[in-house]
Write a protein that binds this ligand. Structure first.
Ligand code: NAP
Length: 313
């Protein structure tokens, strides 16, 4: 089968189209014909060699952590699914483990998928599982955001942020967003009441928030001070580990970092949010499988929403 792979660490252009062994639906697994996949930032860091002490020197390496597609066969012991079902999900494990959704076929465990949203095509859907489930886990599960609260989303124009702004609005929060200057109107169009340029805005320029979702990992202590009484801060990208640990142990107003481990229920919640129109996918670009390198390059140069890989193009 065709798959995007790389044989050495480096820039986006190390990724190329390869002929990979065709997987079978092993016992307890589901084989999916992938229509769409996407690029997530951590994958670009793995590809660059930033984690080579963990990811080692065994090549080729696959790319793509999330996907949408159709079931083509079921392994022994799998129930509740039928060949032809439209599904979405992620490849399981961490990006440092076995990934490879940017390929024609993918073998997955049932707990990593749900039925895909029915209101969008399966290529667009391939960009939603990681960022959508991360936003849901952050705002609903960790921050427990409720209607009427003031939410700040830092990094609102990217993959997770563009979903989080919409989810915050759907949950009844008043959303403030930070993004770069050229993206301020864009994040307002997603539902943010206020938008600030993170390059020119100081934390002290902003008012208090009940929940802060930090997607940048910068100035975490300065933004943490903006939390109102009972406020919660959730971050996906902690650079200041010392502050984070101290806050977990000592602070009454905690900052919580997390690594999203999505499961069926989060993907199913996401499908419901998309099909009800409360979350609209934001597509920054669509690239044929053979041009997966361009999707990585586009992510690294900073884009709105998601860079999608059209696996069948
Ligand atoms: N822990 C987890 O499970 C998990 C899951 C998903 C993602 N993540 C992490 O979460 C982060 C965001 O992911 P993503 O997919 O949304 O990435 P992305 O699509 O690359 O978006 C990142 C956004 O951050 C903005 N940004 C950059 N520097 C900023 C700053 N100093 N202040 C505020 N905003 C800034 C950029 O805005 P402009 O383009 O407008 O400059 C960009 O839109 C990444 O670090 C990713 O690895 C973690």
């Amino acid at each position: 089968m065709r798959a995007a792979q790389y044989d050495r660490y480096g820039g986006p252009d190390v990724i190329h189209l390869a002929e990979a062994p065709t997987p079978a639906a092993r016992s307890g697994r589901i084989l999916v014909a992938v229509h769409g996949s996407s690029v997530n930032p951590v994958e670009a860091r793995v590809r660059s060699g930033a984690f080579r002490f963990v990811t080692g020197s065994k090549f080729p390496k696959n790319v793509g952590m999330d996907f949408a597609g159709e079931i083509v066969s079921l392994g022994d012991g799998v129930s509740g699914w039928t060949v032809g079902d439209r599904v979405w999900g992620f490849t399981g494990g961490l990006p440092l483990g076995r990934i490879g959704a940017a390929a024609e076929l993918l073998s997955v465990k049932p707990k990593w998928i749900s039925r895909a949203a029915t209101s969008i095509d399966l290529v667009t859907a391939g960009g939603m599982p990681m960022v959508g489930s991360t936003a849901i886990i952050a705002l609903r599960h960790h921050a427990k955001l409720v209607a009427g609260e003031r939410l700040l989303v830092r990094g609102a124009s990217g993959g997770v942020g563009s979903v989080a702004v919409q989810l915050g609005v759907a949950l009844g929060a008043r959303v403030t967003a930070t993004a770069s200057a050229t993206n301020l109107d864009f994040v307002r169009s997603l539902g943010a009441t206020e938008a600030f340029d993170y390059r020119t805005t100081r934390p002290s320029d902003l008012s208090a928030f009940d929940v802060i979702l930090d997607l940048s990992g910068t100035q975490v202590p300065d933004y943490h001070r903006l939390l109102a009484r009972g406020g919660r801060m959730v971050t996906t990208a902690v650079n200041n580990v010392g502050f984070f640990l101290a806050s977990q142990l000592l602070g009454p107003r905690r900052v919580r970092a997390f690594t999203a481990m999505p499961r069926t229920r989060y993907f199913a919640d996401l499908a419901e949010l998309v099909d009800s129109g409360r979350i609209v996918p934001v597509v920054g670009g669509v690239h044929p499988l053979a041009e997966t390198a361009a999707a990585h390059a586009a992510l690294e140069s900073g884009t709105r929403g998601k860079q999608i890989i059209d696996v069948r193009a």
